[in-house]
Design a protein around this ligand. Structure first.
Ligand code: NAP
Length: 416
């Protein structure tokens, strides 16, 4: 039997208006919006004013409303709204990755205690149905990695950089197109991608990790020389949110990566998002779609609302407990480090250097670094340095024999 859903909507911006329209167009759904709470009483609205209110309690204290859809752009206020809604026995649908990632443990607990659902498909990858797939489809398949482009703004800027468009111009355009966050550092420094990664890690591997412990390095420092290097080597640069099993541990972080033309992400351009899931029996599977924008994001919200008709809730079956866990940070990865200044590159403690280039106005070094060492730098603020991860698989800290052997060989070749 379908539940009749009476929705209280918070926010009538890009996603909120999109939801209002797609909900009106989808005749099959037994759901209607009975109240919309927004912030600014002076703002002109695209629909009549009857449904609007500016007091959150007009939704939260209304016993006839059984679903709260939270689509506001203030994560602190969103947390208060969502918390109160769950405590009042209302189901919640949200697109707010920051709010969920920062309060994951508490929100899951609150939903459980009050026997209601909190669903957030739109919070990761916009229109891509990745959360529910990780939750349901891959339950019995042993997942080894989840990797994706989950931020439309940075993918748009990186795509445009291939055509010589400057970082500032591309960011301005992404803002005009409505997919950049109000605070662009959330996008360009990889915070938005990190919040989404936190959600992916929970549904892929069952771990709750705290955003502050997850490394995020964005695209602000990428220079035209790095883009040129990528073009010469047949690479493109993509910002990945990445988590994978390394032996019995889970490693994960956000950073720019070089990808070759045979990689899933090579052709994923502009505001499109894509996630690849790798599992023991199904091998690699690619999900691709619009990661932002009014209708695409609203479509994921609509899907969550639709699932509530059938009492759907995430079961978090991969979880052994709902406590905060740690990612493994002791492993090695191969990186490119570029800078105008050789001294800046020398700050990075390479475990093994494979290639050094010193040009007149730009220099780079390629080699293996310990992730723990990289994590200790605040790379987003080191504007004269760009670090980009190369495609080689990670090496666990107890499997560095090969790296060491090759390093000795490299050093002896240098001496001869
Ligand atoms: N835009 C996208 O493509 C996209 C994609 C995926 C996820 N999301 C997420 O979806 C959410 C909404 O994003 P958006 O782009 O639609 O934002 P937006 O266009 O900036 O609209 C935000 C809305 O929130 C309302 N609001 C702000 N603070 C409020 C408060 N304290 N109480 C009630 N209403 C409040 C604003 O009211 P006023 O209208 O009165 O100013 C506005 O209607 C965010 O969490 C965002 O991260 C967005």
């Amino acid at each position: 039997m379908r539940n009749k859903l009476n929705i209280g909507l918070f926010g009538f911006g890009i996603v909120g208006t999109g939801l209002y329209e797609v909900l009106n167009k989808s005749k099959l759904l037994e759901a209607s919006i009975s109240r919309i709470v927004v912030k600014d009483p002076t703002k002109k609205r695209s629909i009549g004013t009857e449904l609007f209110s500016f007091d959150k309690n007009d939704i939260l204290n209304d016993a006839s409303i059984n679903v709260v859809v939270e689509l506001i752009n203030d994560s602190e206020a969103a947390f208060e709204i969502v918390k109160q809604a769950l405590k009042s026995g209302k189901h919640v649908v949200s697109a707010n990755k920051k709010m969920i990632a920062e309060h994951f443990e508490e929100l899951i607990q609150l939903a459980k205690e009050n026997n209601v659902s909190i669903l957030y498909e739109a919070a990761v990858g916009g229109s891509i149905p990745i959360i529910r797939n990780l939750e349901e489809y891959y339950n019995n398949d042993s997942l080894s990695s989840v990797q994706g482009i989950v931020n439309g703004t940075t993918n748009y800027i990186l795509t445009q950089s291939n055509f010589g468009v400057s970082y500032q111009d591309a960011l301005k355009k992404a803002t005009e197109l409505g997919f950049a966050e109000i605070d662009p550092t959330l996008d360009v420094d990889g915070f938005d991608s990190k919040f989404k990664l936190v959600l992916l890690i929970k549904h892929a591997f069952g771990l709750i990790v705290e955003p502050k412990n997850v490394f995020n390095y964005g695209i602000r420092n990428i220079k035209p020389q790095d883009v040129k290097y990528a073009g010469e080597k047949g690479y493109r640069i993509k910002l990945f949110s990445r988590a994978e099993k390394l032996n019995d541990d889970v490693v994960g972080f956000v950073a720019p990566h070089f990808v070759k033309n045979d990689h899933f992400a090579y052709q994923v351009d502009n505001e499109f998002n894509a996630v690849v899931v790798e599992a023991l029996f199904s091998d690699k599977q690619l999900f691709i779609g619009k990661g932002a924008g009014s209708y695409p994001t609203a479509s994921a919200v609509l899907s969550d609302i639709s699932a509530l008709q059938f009492d759907y809730q995430y079961e978090y079956r991969k979880t052994t407990d709902n406590n905060v866990s740690e990612l493994e940070d002791d492993f090695f990865l191969k990186v490119y480090v570029g800078s105008e200044f050789i001294e800046s590159i020398n700050e990075i403690p390479f475990f093994r250097i494979d290639e050094v280039y010193q040009g007149g106005d730009y220099n780079y070094q390629i080699g293996w670094v310990r992730f723990n060492d990289i994590k200790s730098f605040n790379l987003n603020d080191l504007l004269d340095l760009s670090l980009i991860v190369l495609p080689e698989p990670f090496v666990a800290s107890n499997q560095t024999e090969k790296l060491k052997r090759e390093r000795i060989q490299y050093l002896s070749e240098l001496e001869n």
